[in-house]
Design a protein around this ligand. Structure first.
Ligand SMILES: C[S@@+](CC[C@H](N)C(=O)[O-])C[C@H]1O[C@@H](n2cnc3c(N)ncnc32)[C@H](O)[C@@H]1O
Length: 235
């Protein structure tokens, strides 16, 4: 905790301070065998002064999974895509560049505020929109999107069925969804607090997609040794 408090002091000291703060956070995270509740909470909903730091860390540590997940989307210029739980916004420039329209949904007000500022021009041009809200009640009309993606969020859903049903609802009949996550066998080793993180198996995610009307639901990963997984399914 002493380390975390001393970090906050860097925030006010400009870009150099921010860069140093980010480096120190990386060291702190790798030092703790069990991430402190504070970090787990920030991952589940970035907030306050720490939101930019946790965003930077997520973008850095989750880059490979997100890049692979984006590949599975098979985006075309005609697509309308929704990313749920976009966090640090790593995927947003790619989505905005490749799709006709990109929407983002996140339950963290700070995260949505940051995206609104960062993509002000694209929002004005009608090519992007960011809303605060929960996957369990997606604040978009039925059939609004041809693609929905969400990465590293299933641990925080109140239930897999609630999330999958809502993703299915906002997709067009020809739409597709991808869900990237670290499955239970690996997630449990990280000893995240159980009241913040709920580990999910690959079978549980696939079964929830099927129960909620998705077809061809399957797990994919770049190599059999890769720890994380991406579930792909057609609406
Ligand atoms: C661990 S971060 C992952 C961020 C990014 N997708 C990545 O892979 O780096 C989880 C993000 O999802 C958001 N989130 C968590 N649960 C959510 C829910 N039920 N509905 C909407 N957003 C949620 C959090 O606020 C946070 O920004």
């Amino acid at each position: 905790m002493h380390q975390q408090l001393s970090l906050v002091g860097f925030v006010a000291s400009g870009n150099k301070g921010l860069a140093r703060l980010k480096m120190d956070c990386g060291r702190i995270l790798s030092t703790f065998p069990m991430p402190p509740r504070f970090i787990a909470k920030q991952l589940s909903r970035p907030s306050g002064l720490f939101a930019p730091i946790i965003s930077w860390l997520m973008n850095r540590h989750n880059a490979k999974l997100n890049a692979f997940a984006l590949d599975q989307l098979r985006l075309t210029r005609a697509d309308r895509v929704l990313e749920i739980g976009f966090g640090g916004g790593l995927n947003l420039p790619f989505l905005i560049e490749r799709a006709a329209f990109t929407a983002g949904l996140d339950r963290s007000p700070e995260i949505v505020k940051r995206a609104n500022a960062r993509f002000r021009d694209q929002i004005r041009a009608g090519r992007a929109e960011f809303r605060e809200g929960h996957i369990e009640h997606i604040p978009f009309e039925t059939g609004s999107f041809t693609r929905v993606c969400t990465v590293n969020t299933v641990y925080f859903w109140s239930s897999l069925d609630a999330g999958c049903a809502e993703i299915r609802r906002v997709l067009t009949p020809e739409g597709a969804a991808i869900i990237g996550f670290l499955p239970k066998t690996h997630m449990d080793k990280m000893k995240m607090p159980g009241d913040i993180f709920t580990s999910r198996t690959e079978d549980e995610v696939i079964a929830a997609l099927r129960r909620n009307g998705f077809a061809n639901a399957q797990i994919t990963r770049p190599t059999p040794q890769t720890a994380w997984a991406v579930a792909v399914a057609s609406a």
